[in-house]
Design a protein around this ligand. Sequence first.
Ligand code: FRU
Length: 526
Amino acid sequence: MNVMKFKILVVLLFSIGIFSCTEKETASAKMDEQHRPQYHFTPDSMWMNDPNGMVFFEGEYHLFYQYYPDSTVWGPMHWGHAVSPDMIHWEHLPIALYPDSLGYIFSGSAVIDINNTTGFGRDGKVPMVAIFTHHSMEGEKAGVLDYQNQSIAYSLDKGRSWTKYEGNPVIKNPGIKDFRDPKVLWHEESKKWVMIFAAADRVRLYHSPDLKSWEFSSEFGAEFGGHGGVWECPDLFSMTITETGEQKWVMLVSINPGGPNGGSATQYFVGDFDGKEFKLDSGFAKEVPKGSAKWVDQGKDNYAGVTWSNIPETDGRRLFLGWMSNWQYATVVPTKKWRSAMTLPRTMDLAKDSTGYYLISKPVKEVAPLEGEVTNFSAQKFDRDSVIFQFAEPNLLKVDMEFEIPASGMIALRFLNDEGEYVDVGYAVADQQYFIDRTFAGNSDFSKEFADFHTAEADYKKESVRLLIYLDVASIELFADDGRTVMTDIFFPKKPFNTVSVLASESDVNLKFGTFTKLKPAGSGK
Ligand code: FRU
């Protein structure tokens, strides 16, 4: 059978539902795959990195992602695609964008062109427009500088099929080696589209009436923030501080390497934006002189995260998702069929106190329906190093505990398995730092950068130590102090964790309250 006939047969089989039972089998088989997260998004198979094109449209959250369908190691980039009604239960869809004569399809975003400014809309159908970087491998190999350019494509059927614009690229590279990862937003005051993307050690901003012709507006960042590596995957959005009604603009910029615990991480800036220029808030500027940064997540495994476009005003949330890995070891982590997962979807909020502005991240409320059996702890004193909770597989758990701040030393929760492997999550009093220690968490021989102790600055005034932890087979996400300090770390234990004990180095452990909640797997779809 030739390739064309085979493709037609596959399409026919899908349309009459022959493959639907195979999909269900895949869902239960996934529960048995070692290290496969059960309520985080993973590709069915093969390589995945950054989330791309996140947009909400007609009841569906779209997640596109950097995808290489032929290997579990990074290669010619496509946009994989999945949709979900709640950001937790995902349906995998066919690949959305394939590499072409202009190059691989690198990271980018998607918008809904409600007013049909592009003219791509037809018969009343509203276009979904993807904005991405074309990365020319030939150009890179030939040693030219302008091998990354910004392009667009559109879909009139809710992202199921795509047409690339014949006028691509829409922004030509003027000769800057790293020139990528466009995020587009509609700026209501100036009634223009705005594009922000990374250009070497800064971001560039452009504006456009129609997503096709773009004019340069400004650049930002050479003088501020972390510069331990190249800038990537920016985002820009307005936020209102709930208590005061104050409105500010927040910019996210991923950086690799140069993260707070090494390798990849995402920093943020707070300021004002008039449609053309981003001006850093003068107070915030003092916190991020060149070489220092404020981090969205101080763990090792949250990179290239951006926020969803087109969330309805009635919802009003700023919803974030990151890639749960780190370029230091992403291509060699010990999973066989697929590589890497996304973080939990999170709400992002801006807050301010006497120390200045800061971001708050929390898991979205849509995770709650996964919650099962709950065990409550009332206020009590724990002996040091005592086992406080045991659970059976699958090791999916939400832990919410509030401790009195110990007089000195550190307190931690230890997640342990029958092999003696463990991850510690805790707080060090004198340093005012949260930490995750995955040094003895299982397989780590694939990279010398992996087995380590990671810390997170938390030098603000605290009444208590409040740990909200989500464990999903191969990852822990810590949202300390109501989401003010966040850490995400992955690990690869030989056996699932099944015991939690409490550790303290010097003092007693006084619990104010605690809850352990078992979580259910999300499966592959609803
Ligand atoms: C970030 C990144 C982006 C790029 C993509 C390529 O992880 O390096 O800058 O577009 O991955 O896959």
